[in-house]
Design a binder for this molecule. Structure first.
Ligand code: RUB
Length: 349
């Protein structure tokens, strides 16, 4: 009899290990940029988290909760500068904990699916609104094409430009290639597929292009926004913001408010992800001896360089993201406190 229990336990442990392996594989897809861009990352992570919960649905409540907290940390670590992903996982955990505190008999797996889908719907709806508001920044009925410049690949910026095209606006886009992963090519391909004229330039031509092509408007995406209104986006974004400043071109950031990091209001910094050296020197064996590397994925854009953020709650200065996040998503703010309170020493901020 004792032997049987031993076998069952071992089997359970092995199954658990296997399930963690699947989650680790999902996290690896995020780290390797197979899934890229803050919004895609958030939706993918939430979906994988829900699937993980489903795979463990027969576990005892306390054990499952413990596992979910571990899984949240594992996925969140896949990329460090991604509050929309962290907010999504926290939304699920916070909502479940909240229900439990109300005395409800919660089926964790079922509720994770419901809340995960709710978060994904919020993101999709936010993107649609942003596309509508942002498209209005491109004027109607122009004889000569309006010139919009962007950097990297933001699905939210892409949404705005595709919406503007659908509305029949006359414009063309300058797209920087975005080394070392060339995400700018994703932008170019997607826009071309939607019948938009695109001019591809190398990253270091961003100022030259803005000046020589008479850029009218710059729109970039965001990975994170802090309580002070600093935006973090792909490396090169601050350079483009300085170009905008020098050339007197308005620069807007298109982002769902879900990229806000609530922890920054309590003194925590949003981290900048440093990536592997190999990414910037492909022929690794040929690199000069003693050469050192720096490969930051993102950089900060100070609020003073930003004309406005285009969000699901409207267009306003980036310093107002904090208050609008609290206004539109009061529960998300609360979720961190609920979970942090429950988990004691672990800091989720
Ligand atoms: C992508 C990037 C995008 C933001 C916003 O960087 O910087 O501008 O993530 O994307 P990476 P979206 O390729 O390293 O993920 O608007 O789709 O959320």
């Amino acid at each position: 009899m004792g032997k049987n229990i031993h076998y069952v336990d071992r089997e359970k442990k092995q199954r658990c290990k296997l399930e963690m392996k699947q989650l680790k594989e999902a996290a690896a897809k995020i780290t390797s940029l197979e899934i890229q861009g803050a919004t895609n990352i958030a939706m993918y992570a939430v979906d994988e988290y829900v699937k993980f919960t489903q795979r463990h649905r027969h576990m005892e409540v306390k054990e499952l909760w413990k596992l979910l907290v571990e899984a949240e940390i594992l996925i969140s670590k896949s990329r460090s500068t991604e509050p929309a992903m962290r907010n999504g996982l926290m939304f699920i955990l916070g909502k479940i904990r909240h229900d439990q505190q109300q005395g409800l008999d919660v089926d964790i797996a079922e509720m994770a699916e419901i809340y995960g889908n709710e978060y994904i719907s919020i993101i999709k709806e936010a993107k649609q609104r942003i596309a509508k508001y942002g498209a209005r920044l491109i004027p109607d009925n122009l004889k000569d094409p309006f010139v919009v410049q962007t950097h990297c690949h933001s699905s939210v910026v892409e949404g705005i430009l595709i919406e503007a095209k659908k509305q029949g606006k006359n414009f063309k886009v300058i797209s920087t290639e975005t080394r070392p992963f060339y995400q700018g090519r994703l932008t170019s391909k997607k826009l071309i597929d939607n019948g938009i004229e695109v001019i591809q330039v190398v990253d270091s031509a961003m100022r030259w292009a803005a000046n020589n092509m008479d850029t009218d408007l710059i729109i970039i995406g965001a990975d994170a926004v802090t309580s002070e209104g600093t935006v973090l986006n792909k490396i090169g974004s601050r350079l483009l913001a300085l170009v905008a400043h020098e050339e007197h071109i308005p620069l807007y950031v298109a982002t769902p408010l879900l990229k806000y990091n609530p922890g920054t209001a309590f003194g925590n910094y949003e981290k900048i992800e440093m990536r592997d050296d190999h990414e910037i020197w492909k022929d690794w064996e040929d690199r000069p001896e003693n050469l050192k590397f720096l490969n930051p994925a993102f950089e900060t854009v100070n609020r003073l360089l930003i004309s406005g953020v285009i969000t699901e709650g409207g267009i306003f200065p980036s310093g107002q993201v904090h208050s609008n996040f609290q206004r539109i998503y009061p529960f998300l703010h609360e979720a961190y406190h609920i979970i942090e309170h429950q988990e004691g020493e672990k800091s989720f901020f």
